[in-house]
Design a binder for this molecule. Structure first.
Ligand SMILES: NC(=O)C1=CN([C@@H]2O[C@H](COP(=O)(O)OP(=O)(O)OC[C@H]3O[C@@H](n4cnc5c(N)ncnc54)[C@H](O)[C@@H]3O)[C@@H](O)[C@H]2O)C=CC1
Ligand SMILES: O=C(O)C1=N[C@H](C(=O)O)C[C@H](O)C1
Length: 264
């Protein structure tokens, strides 16, 4: 029987791709397409909006449904609201939204004691694999006598609201845990002087319709390593979220990552 999915943020760039991919796959059935009460497309068919033909599922506000699992690509406050709904109705949740503040992070962790949650800044299998490779590189280079300068560059479309990306921050956390950098700076200007060794620099570019690109630079004296992953469209994230939904459905309460989902 097909897994029943509710998509939260269904009219957004990502929500539409989740609706489109799920509707083309017999393992999934979209049963709810949830959107902000003020969205101009409220009431319109989610399939028509996503360009895949009528599904008979109108955009609606969060409410009771027979969904087996909820996939969230929205904005932080709305993601927290749908999480509260999932707690009330005991539904597994895949959280893909980024840009939470610290109390919201804590609320997600606390909620995962009661329901299963997959939470990842990137649902892309390639990005999550690159995180593993980055960890390996960082651990291998940690004690290099000449020192290693780590810089993280991310590029995204002009519409993105948070910066740096959740994924860039996660790459930085992975590197810092392996190498011990304590200073995290965002861009440089003026006369910052010689680069300190214990620093990670983040650089967030916003340009055109770029669906997401991350480069981790390990700069040494005499050579450089660059680890790079780039999306050519949004389906890597949407497909990853559907894989996560499939995986989480029979799991006990807990906070899970894409490493758990993908067995990395
Ligand atoms: N983890 C991952 O793999 C990925 C995460 N993201 C993140 O997902 C989020 C959404 O990204 P996009 O789809 O590009 O943004 P978007 O702005 O196109 O879509 C967000 C949608 O959420 C809706 N929304 C706002 N308030 C709502 C509410 N109260 N209830 C229900 N829906 C509400 C908006 O109306 C909008 O349609 C961002 O935080 C982004 O960083 C994006 C791509 C991949
Ligand atoms: O907003 C986006 O588009 C993306 N956001 C995520 C992030 O902030 O890391 C993931 C992906 O890079 C696309």
């Amino acid at each position: 029987m097909a897994m029943k999915i509710a998509v939260h943020g269904a009219a957004g760039r990502m929500g539409q791709r989740v609706v489109a991919l799920a509707s083309a796959d017999s393992r999934y059935q979209i049963v709810a397409a949830l959107e902000s009460a003020t969205h101009p497309a409220q009431g319109q068919d989610a399939g028509l909006l996503a360009g895949v033909g009528k599904l008979g599922i109108p955009l609606a506000v969060v409410g009771e449904s027979d969904a087996d699992v909820v996939i969230d690509f929205s904005v932080p406050d709305a993601a927290i609201a749908v999480l509260t709904h999932c707690l009330e109705f005991n539904k597994p949740l895949v959280i893909a939204t980024t840009g939470f503040d610290v109390p919201q992070d804590d609320y997600i962790r606390e909620s995962a004691r009661k329901i299963p949650i997959v939470w990842a800044p990137s649902m892309s299998p390639a990005v999550n694999l690159l995180m593993k490779l980055t960890e390996t590189a960082a651990k291998s280079l940690r004690d290099l006598p000449t020192g290693v300068d780590v810089e993280i560059i991310e590029r995204h479309h002009r519409f993105k609201e948070d910066a740096p990306s959740g994924t860039a921050l996660r790459f930085g956390k992975i590197v810092a845990e392996a190498m011990g950098q304590e200073s995290h700076i965002h861009g440089r200007h003026g006369r910052p002087g010689e680069r300190p060794r214990n620093e990670i620099g983040y650089h967030a570019l916003r340009s055109g319709d770029n669906p997401g690109e991350h480069t981790i630079i390990f700069g040494m004296l005499g050579e450089t390593i660059e680890l790079k992953v780039a999306a050519s469209n949004r389906d890597c994230y949407a497909q990853g979220a559907l894989i996560a939904a499939d995986w989480i459905i029979d799991k006990p309460p807990g906070l899970y990552s894409m490493n758990d989902v993908l067995g990395l």
